[in-house]
Design a protein. Structure first.
Length: 121
């Protein structure tokens, strides 16, 4: 089992790494949730908050990947209008083929090891 304090410290470092790597968006809050109702999600971005669902994020590697993924969403839709566009495309394409999800998945996949290495984790 993971330690929430450790995940919080690492999570904040990953966000700082993302700011340096991808650019800065609006202020961002990291929330670590023990909500057991979210059985399929690792994380979620909404309105300046990245929520990490600890019941599913069972490793540091997955934590890093999830934060990078959600940080990309933070940059993709900095305004409520961007969120509206996200949901419109979601209706048309579904989650698996959503271009914003594909981009976030791709960037998380190619950069998580670099982030881990850069942070000395």
């Amino acid at each position: 089992m993971h330690c929430i304090e450790n995940y919080n410290i690492i999570g904040k470092k990953v966000i700082k790494w993302c700011v340096h790597k991808f650019g800065k968006g609006k202020p961002l809050k990291l929330i670590l949730s023990n909500d057991k109702r979210c059985k399929r999600k690792f994380g979620q971005y909404s309105c300046g908050e990245i929520n990490i669902f600890l019941v599913n994020v069972v490793s540091i590697d997955l934590l890093i990947q999830t934060i990078i993924h959600e940080y990309i969403h933070h940059l993709q839709f900095p305004t409520l209008k961007g969120m509206t566009l996200y949901y419109k495309i979601l209706e048309e394409t579904g989650y698996e083929h959503h271009p914003m999800e594909e981009e976030a998945n791709y960037l998380a996949k190619i950069y998580w090891e670099e982030c881990k290495h850069d942070l000395g984790i």
